[in-house]
Design a protein around this ligand. Sequence first.
Ligand code: UD1
Length: 289
Amino acid sequence: MVSAAPTVLLTGACGYIGSHTWVALAQAGYRVLGVDDFSNSSPAVLPRLQKLTGQAPAFEHADVCNAAALETVFSSQRIDAVVHFAALKAVGESTAQPLAYYANNLGGLLTTCRVMQDHGCRRLVFSSSATYFNPVGAHESGLIGEEPRGTPNNLMPYVAQVAAGQRPYLQIFGNDYPTPDGTGVRDYLHVVDLAQGHVAALRHLLDGGDTLTVNLGTGRGSSVLEVVNAYAKASGREIPCRIAPRRPGDVAACWADASRAGEVLGWRAQRGLGEMCGDSWRWQSGRGC
Ligand code: UD1
């Protein structure tokens, strides 16, 4: 007898990382049931997921803080595991509205765990924001990618909009850091590598592996200037820059030690900065659509 593929509930399924993980899960053979409340995403991603996975997406419009809605989802079918992305993650906003962030992020997680427990579902991949490792890029098709609302806070989407002519120049927040070129250094990780890391973590749990905490990153830092140069090369566009004061709260350099993910999950980032910028540009310039 052939056993059915495990069914994975994906929360925050239509967001930037969620949508790429949906594709990676489907490609790995899992049945995906997506939930999202569209508070920071759009239903427009669903037909694109259908195109990428070749299947009509199984989807419920629901807020993970709503226990009754989750109860309905879990009662409708057997869920073998949950991959949890549904959360708010804007650092500035979180300091301005701490109670809203606690209520949403802790409330959503606890509600999800409680309903999982009630239904005997014990496998959870919890995707922490891991402030300072930086998911960037887009699916190679150019069909899905990051859609920041308003002015982007993060470097790569801002650079993308400057390259596209939507913004006149990039402000480089500080060029006097103790780094090789004076600009901030971060661990940029292709979002498809990140998605595949979540699939590897899920597989580990479904294979009976122990609970663990791992970093997902490339293990290598790139400076703001390196990102700008790589993006200019990938897009063939000029990226005007101006040096601005340091941004409050920024550290000089930060990158991941992802060795545990390699040892335990057999996962390593495959894509370099050039591919991150090239895929971001394909999405930004609408050439995949
Ligand atoms: C930020 C978030 C972090 C989140 C990550 C996701 C903060 C404090 N941290 O990290 O929680 O996980 O994004 O991608 O918001 N830079 C410029 N000009 C810009 C924008 C950024 O020079 O217009 C520089 C920054 O100073 C930094 C680097 O680019 O050196 C990366 O910045 P950013 O993309 O915002 O990421 P993080 O601050 O590392």
